[in-house]
Design a protein around this ligand. Structure first.
Ligand code: AMP
Ligand code: ZN
Length: 437
């Protein structure tokens, strides 16, 4: 591979929109032929009267039936397989934060294609052979472990498969091996800041970090700012889901403005979650994705439940692959309190703009005497004196006021001491809805 080039895979990254769409169409057509091998799709297509040969133009994709997570659960574990069992090389499972998990299978070729996509993403941000990559993500069934591991090896970096947790050891590894590229989920990156402070290690002074890939859960632009300032790094948003392999689906380029979806490998659509009709670029809706290169378990028009929009217009980096905006949250995460629709990320945006607010928070919804209450529990930074009641009271009022102007309702704000709220090793649990209990 030519390490001075701007592109990892010039033929896939640097092509005209016209050529990209022609490639997409032929890959979509062969995917539709292929999925007919699976019990699930042959039945679904027969039931709905959909014929793969009806797709002769990309706009015909709108007639393909959708696939939902429930479909994957109902046909667990092998209902979507398009290859015999002896051609399978690996399985992964979704994190199951929202119910029973689903199983995803890969052939050897699928694993290679995936590793190459992840390498393409990382290379785009400036990671190069010779860099030292530490993966602070959970391994095992979660795709963020092995997905990044194989991608980083493919790119040619020295890899440190550190795994999640073990904060002090992580810092030691970063020092010992001059780690300069990391992958980490946002909630862990925030928690780790406190450990750095406790250890008296200043990442800007004492480490060699330059690039971080951060994703797997929603986070706000404010959190990106905090992390970039503290660690002295560039943070690139990374989006993926097990159903579409895992990481490598959407990734930010050096512009840090929206995540390019690799459209030679995935077809991307945004639909109105109620009508399921496509919405114009720029408008928010549910992300729907189709694998275009998968052998073992291709999935078509998958309703991800993730809410985002296509960013209109070309990216200054020159890649024609369209970009999606930061994920607002999953449609399942939105909660309704006193008639107001709220996404946890809106709360985060407000909190992380207040310097005295620490890096961990949780939203609790309660119902007492038929009245709903929203409580926002936030850790304060260790810079403020927990003994100073007046100061704390003023901070509490400011948080409540700022939240009110964003959400149009006044939550109760509870301040907590640094490091006192529960931490989780995997994806953070930011919302406790105790109304359903
Ligand atoms: P899993 O398949 O268990 O890894 O979970 C995938 C889900 O994680 C996606 O459907 C999103 O809801 C969430 N997710 C992954 N990456 C991001 C990201 N960069 N921003 C927001 N949410 C993300
Ligand atoms: Zn770009």
């Amino acid at each position: 591979m030519n390490t001075t080039s701007e592109f990892w895979d010039k033929s896939a990254e640097d092509l005209s929109r016209e050529d990209l769409e022609a490639l997409q169409l032929s890959r979509l057509q062969s995917t539709l032929e292929r999925v007919m091998r699976s019990p699930f799709y042959s039945r679904r297509f027969a039931e709905t009267g959909f014929r793969p040969d009806a797709v002769t133009h990309m706009s015909d994709a709108r007639s393909i039936p959708f696939t939902t997570k429930q479909d994957l659960r109902d046909s667990f574990p092998y209902g979507l397989l398009c290859e015999p069992r002896d051609r399978l090389a690996r399985m992964h499972a979704s994190s199951g934060t929202t119910g029973q998990s689903v199983a995803i299978f890969y052939t050897k070729t699928d694993l290679q294609t995936w590793a190459d996509l992840v390498a393409r993403c990382m290379y785009m941000t400036g990671a190069r052979p010779g860099d030292t990559f530490q993966n602070l993500s959970g391994y095992g069934l979660f795709t963020g472990g092995l997905g990044f591991q194989y991608g980083a090896e493919r790119l040619g970096m020295l890899t440190i498969p550190a795994g999640a947790g073990n904060s002090k050891r992580q810092i030691q590894l970063m020092r010992d091996f001059s780690t300069n590229v990391i992958h980490i989920i946002p909630s862990f990156a925030l928690l780790l800041m406190d450990v750095f402070k406790e250890q008296g290690v200043d990442p800007r002074e004492d480490l060699s970090l330059k690039i971080a890939f951060i994703g797997a859960e929603p986070y706000s632009e404010e959190v990106r700012k905090r992390l970039e300032d503290f660690y002295g790094i560039k943070v690139y948003n990374s989006y993926g889901l097990s159903e579409m392999n895992g990481p490598g689906v959407g990734f930010e380029c050096p512009q840090q403005n929206g995540m390019h979806i690799w459209e030679d490998s995935y077809m991307v659509e945004i639909v109105d979650p109620k009508t399921l009709e496509p919405v114009p670029d720029g408008q928010y809706g549910e992300l729907v994705m189709t694998t275009l290169r998968r052998e073992a378990m291709p999935i078509v028009r998958y309703r991800t439940k993730d809410l985002t929009r296509i960013l209109p217009g070309p990216c200054p980096c020159g890649r024609v692959h369209r970009r999606i905006d930061r994920i607002q949250g999953r449609s399942d995460d939105m909660f309704i309190i006193k008639g107001v629709n709220v996404f946890p990320i809106q709360v985060e945006q407000v909190l992380m703009n207040i310097p005295e607010v620490g890096n961990n928070y949780v939203i609790v919804l309660r119902r007492e005497n038929n009245i709903d209450d929203m409580i926002v529990r936030v850790e304060v930074t260790d810079r403020i004196f927990v003994e100073d009641m007046r100061l704390l009271h003023r901070l509490q009022q400011r948080i409540a006021r700022d939240l009110k102007s964003e959400l149009l309702l006044t939550p109760k704000v509870e301040l907590a001491e640094p490091n006192s709220l529960p931490k989780s090793e995997g994806k953070a649990v930011r919302l406790l809805d105790q109304r359903k209990l």
